[in-house]
Write a protein that binds this ligand. Structure first.
Ligand code: ATP
Length: 344
């Protein structure tokens, strides 16, 4: 187990700046997902951490020891790629053996490590198969077994599940999480899939344009995004009008809230509110009206037109929302638990 620290990393490819003042601090044994839209610099950050790429400036350290100039093979990191990168002419066993051999693990120890790796990844019956005889999920499990066999200090996963179909992806991500917890290896997992990141990470680092916008637990990211980019990137959010109060807060539908920035009195803005944080009360001549009601099982999703014409989407518990129909007039309020909002 090892802590990882990347500080003030800059990396440009010609005119294209992939990372700008990128800093991240990863605790020992943690699983951190780097999440962000295509081209935001996730893979570049991972490749610099692995040592495949050299930053233009900034430092990388592991357990507080500077490794910025340490060669890839001396870092004792393992990396798993989207395309598995297995040796096609070697069986599952052969692939794991090769990794152990190249890390100079003694021949006498290799067989028992391979058996243990095949067992923890449930690959015992695939041991003597070649990659072309295995499914995508099985190949990725071999890649994973090969990566952890050498007891790396840090495990790096670059979109490891993207080539797999939805069902395999979900079960393999649970398996990665279980394995990571079992062996306690510090892990950085790059993905552009927010559901994947929120489901498995201890903390998620949200990136945009080469910068780390926020790093936090999945719940903190969802409930207290630091800015409008994170708020819109994670989950759904409504843009709701709010007015500045005399004490720097924001008033929205009768609630007084702390914003991601302070207000000036009377200032008019829109703030972000999650669909499940809005309450809907039927009221004759109410200031808003229902335009659409969709029953989705436990949740009923309603669209509501506000008095100025904007639409908000609200998720209500089906068991509690009663009989709602389009054209009904309603009044909206915020759940009392909502205290803080992002100002757009
Ligand atoms: P994706 O999710 O699409 O893989 P990403 O977030 O991993 O994207 P990177 O691959 O790190 O993003 O790329 C960040 C930026 O750097 C992009 O604009 C990309 O075009 C550029 N870039 C990355 N590698 C190179 C390279 N070897 N040569 C030139 N430009 C590069």
């Amino acid at each position: 187990m090892a802590s990882v620290d990347m500080q003030n990393i800059r990396k440009a490819f010609g005119p294209s700046v992939a990372l700008e003042d990128f800093s991240i601090d990863i605790r020992s044994g943690e699983l951190v997902c780097l999440l962000g839209p295509s081209g935001c610099g996730k893979t570049t950050a991972l490749r610099i951490l692995a040592g495949f790429e050299r930053a233009d400036s900034g430092d990388v350290s592991v357990d507080r020891k500077d490794i910025t100039k340490v060669a890839v093979e001396k870092r004792n990191f393992s990396m798993v790629f989207q395309d598995y990168s297995l040796f096609p002419n070697m069986t599952a066993r052969g692939n794991i053996n090769f990794a152990l051999k190249s890390r100079k693990v003694h021949a006498g120890e290799r067989a028992s490590i391979i058996d243990r790796m095949l067992a923890v990844t449930s690959l015992e019956d695939q041991a003597d198969k070649f990659p072309h005889q295995m499914s995508g999920g099985q190949k990725q499990r071999v890649a994973l077994a090969r990566a952890i066999a050498t007891s790396p200090r840090v495990l790096l996963l670059d979109e490891p599940l993207s080539a797999l179909d939805a069902k395999v992806r979900e079960s393999l991500r649970e398996e990665i999480r279980r394995l990571q917890r079992e062996i306690g290896v510090t892990t950085v997992f790059v993905t552009h899939d927010q559901h994947e990141a929120l489901a498995i990470a201890d903390r998620v680092g949200v990136m945009s344009n080469g910068r780390l916008e926020q790093i936090a637990t999945p719940r903190e990211l969802y409930e207290t995004p630091v800015n409008s980019f994170v708020a819109t990137f994670i989950g759904s959010i409504n843009k709701v009008p709010a007015i500045g109060t005399s004490d720097g807060k924001w008033e929205c539908w009768g609630s007084v809230l702390t914003g991601s920035r302070s207000s000036t009195p009377g200032e008019s803005v829109v703030v972000g509110v999650r669909p499940e944080d809005i309450r809907v009360k039927r009221e004759v001549n109410g200031p808003a009206s229902l335009t659409d009601v969709s029953f989705l099982g436990p949740i009923t999703r309603v669209s509501i037109r506000l008095d100025r014409g904007e639409t908000v989407v609200v998720d209500l518990m089906s068991a509690e929302c009663g009989d709602l129909r389009p054209e009904q007039a309603v009044r909206l309020s915020l759940r009392p638990e909502v205290h803080r909002v992002v100002v757009f």
